[in-house]
Ligand binder design. Sequence first.
Ligand code: TZP
Ligand code: MG
Length: 221
Amino acid sequence: ALLVCGRSRRQKLGAGLYCLTAEEFSKGRSNIQVVQEMINAGVKIIQYREKEKKLADKFSQCVKLRELTRREGVTFIINDNIDMAMMVGADGVHIGQDDLPIEKVRELVGQEMIIGLSTHSPAQAQDAVARGADYIGVGPIYKTFTKKDVCDPVGLEYLQYAVDNIDIPFVAIGGIKESNMHEVVSRGAKCIAMVTEIVGAENIEQKIRSINNKMGECITR
Ligand code: TZP
Ligand code: MG
């Protein structure tokens, strides 16, 4: 049997921009259209995250998006719905602190699927690592209006902790924009997530290219 260890799952979360869907902020464009533009601009990891849609509608979008992302070699992660992630053959699932225990999720999804977990404090990060998360979300770094079950910003302090202490991949998230990303990237975040900044951009491809250029500059500076 093919041996899949945590290391090979973790390799799928590389450096760069981590994109998420949010159709209600996408200016009338569908998630399919938005994801196509993300892929055109070279994004390598995309999370399907829809809090308001009916499950049946999410499923039909995810079937299409799995096809699209697979064809383009893009890592496809689904938020919340573990059953749906398994049904469409997603690369991973992303869960939160109030979801099922990560060990149980691993039992369910098997060894190949990536499991990402949102964390908001050093204690949660340590716990996530100990329990086998493949990557963690670190945030919200800044105030965000995208997340309804808002958690107050944890700021750059927790990000600094993650940079210094967390040995698995992590993605900084929450209120990150092209205009403030330098603060996050220059602190050592290799992977950053933006929701509204990307899906709400007039020209999504142009926005991503511009962010990617900045990322390179921030790292080498
Ligand atoms: N998790 C922490 S903050 C957040 C999520 C999903 C939303 C981030 O949205 P934005 O628009 O990039 O602030
Ligand atoms: Mg969740």
